[in-house]
Design a protein. Structure first.
Length: 392
C-alpha cells in the first residue's frame, strides 16, 4: 500500500498532459515495471489507441480481437507471459464508475509479477482513470488520442454534451452509444444521479449538421437547467419547450423521452414527448413499453406536459432507441423495430449493459443493406434494484 500511495501522490501532482509520463516513472520506481502504455478507446469503441501517438493516422488495436481488447471487454486484467519465464505483460481496464476509458498496459519482470501480483496495479489503473477525467478539463491530449478519424463540428458539439458512455451504481448499470460516432448531429442522451433517483433523457433534434447540434444543445441545457432547479420532469419538459419555442417559434423541435427513476421503489416517472422509444426485456420476454405520446419540445407555444408512471423489477433490462434505429428498414421494407430489435435484445442478454448498445448498432448495417441516412442512438439500462445489485 505504501507503493500505491506514492503513485497516487505523483499522479495527483502531475501536469494534466503528463499523466502517462509520470506513471511510467513512479511505476518503474515502486513496482519495477519495464514499460507502461495507456490506450484510449475511440469514440466508436471499436479500437484502442496509444496516447503516445494521437494522430488519426497512428496504428490502432481492435477491441474485439486483441488481448488489450479482451481486457477492455471483460473488464478483467489479461496477462501475457513471455516464454521461458521472461517478462509478463498485464493489460488493466481503466474505468471510472462503469465508464470504460481504455487500457493500462504494464510489462513486469517475472519475479516482480510473482512477488506482488496485479491487485495493486489494477487499483492504479482505476486511480489513473479518475485522474484522466479531471485532466480532461485542462488538456485535449486524451480526447485527441480517442480519435481514429476527425470529428465533424456537429459531432464535436454532441460529444461535448454527453455525460459519458457508461455509468454504474449498485441499483443499475447504464451503457450508451451514438452512430455514426464521428458524424453524429441530432441525437443525444443525458443522465444524472442522486442518492435516491436517476434522471435519464433521450433526445433527437430535427435537422442535420450544425443546426441539429445547436438545436439539441439548447434542449439539453434547458432540461438540465430545469432539473438542477429541482423541478419535476413534466415541468422540465414544459420549460425546455418554452426555451425552444422562444428561439425557433415552432420551425424546429426536439423529440424527447424523459424518465426519473425512484431507486427505493422502482417506480419510474415518464414524459414521452416524441420519437425515442423503449423496449423491456423481462426474463425471456421482450416487449415495447408504450406511453401516451405528447408533442415534441418546441413545436407549439406553452404546451402542457403530463408525467405517467411504470414499474421496473430487479433483472429488467431497458433498451432505448432513436428512430434512426427502430425505423431503419431492410431492403424488403421491414422496420428494424418490428421484430429484429427484439431479437437483437434477446441475443445480447448475456452482455453487460455497457456492451449492448454497440452490439445492437453493429447489426444495423447488415440489416439495412445500405448507408445510414440518420443518426442512431441506443441506451441500455440494467435494473438491479436497491440491495439486489453488485457494488460499482
Amino acid at each position: 500500500m505504501t507503493n500505491f500511495l506514492a503513485v497516487e501522490r505523483a499522479l495527483r501532482a502531475a501536469a494534466p498532459y503528463a499523466l502517462l509520463d509520470t506513471a511510467r516513472v513512479v511505476l518503474a520506481e515502486h513496482y519495477g515495471t519495464v514499460s507502461v502504455d495507456l490506450l484510449m478507446a475511440d469514440y466508436s469503441t471499436t479500437v484502442l489507441r496509444s496516447v503516445d501517438t494521437p494522430a488519426p493516422s497512428a496504428p490502432t488495436l481492435p477491441v474485439h480481437s486483441t488481448p488489450q481488447g479482451r481486457a477492455f471487454g471483460s473488464q478483467q486484467p489479461v496477462e501475457q507471459r513471455a516464454p521461458h519465464g521472461g517478462e509478463v505483460t498485464v493489460h488493466l481496464p481503466v474505468t471510472v464508475r462503469g465508464d470504460r476509458l481504455g487500457i493500462l498496459t504494464v510489462v513486469l519482470p517475472a519475479d516482480r509479477h510473482a512477488a506482488q501480483g496485479i491487485g495493486e496495479l489494477a487499483d492504479v489503473a482505476g486511480l489513473l482513470g479518475h485522474e484522466l477525467v479531471v485532466a480532461e478539463r485542462d488538456t485535449d491530449h486524451y480526447l485527441v488520442a480517442r480519435r481514429a478519424a476527425r470529428l465533424t463540428l456537429a459531432a464535436e458539439m454532441q460529444w461535448e454534451l454527453l455525460p459519458g458512455r457508461a455509468f454504474a451504481r449498485p441499483e443499475y448499470a447504464l451503457g450508451a452509444q451514438l452512430e455514426p460516432a464521428y458524424a453524429i448531429h441530432g441525437d443525444n442522451f443525458d443522465w444524472s444521479a442522486t442518492a435516491d433517483t436517476l434522471s435519464l433523457a433521450i433526445t433527437n433534434g430535427m435537422g442535420e449538421g450544425i443546426e441539429a447540434s445547436l438545436l439539441t444543445s439548447l434542449a439539453v441545457n434547458a432540461l438540465r437547467n430545469a432539473r438542477r432547479a429541482g423541478i419535476g420532469i413534466a415541468d422540465q419538459a414544459a420549460l425546455a419547450d418554452q426555451a425552444l419555442w422562444a428561439r425557433y417559434r415552432g420551425a424546429a423541435h426536439v423529440a424527447t423521452l424523459l424518465l426519473s427513476f425512484d431507486l427505493a421503489r422502482g417506480v419510474v416517472q415518464v414524459v414521452d414527448a416524441g420519437s425515442p422509444r423503449l423496449w423491456r426485456q423481462r426474463g425471456k420476454s421482450v416487449e415495447r413499453v408504450e406511453f401516451d405520446e405528447q408533442l415534441p419540445l418546441g413545436m407549439f407555444e406553452e404546451t402542457p406536459y403530463m408525467a405517467e408512471e411504470f414499474e421496473v423489477l430487479p433483472g429488467d433490462r431497458l433498451l432505448f432507441a432513436s428512430d434512426g434505429v427502430y425505423a431503419t428498414h431492410s431492403p424488403e421494407g421491414d422496420a428494424y423495430g418490428d421484430r429484429a430489435l427484439a431479437r437483437a435484445l434477446a441475443a445480447t442478454a448475456l452482455l453487460p449493459a455497457a456492451d449492448v448498445p454497440g452490439a445492437v448498432l453493429r447489426e444495423l448495417p447488415d440489416y439495412r443493406g445500405h448507408d445510414a441516412d440518420d443518426d442512431a442512438l441506443v441506451v441500455c439500462l440494467d435494473w438491479f434494484g436497491r440491495g439486489d445489485g453488485p457494488a460499482a
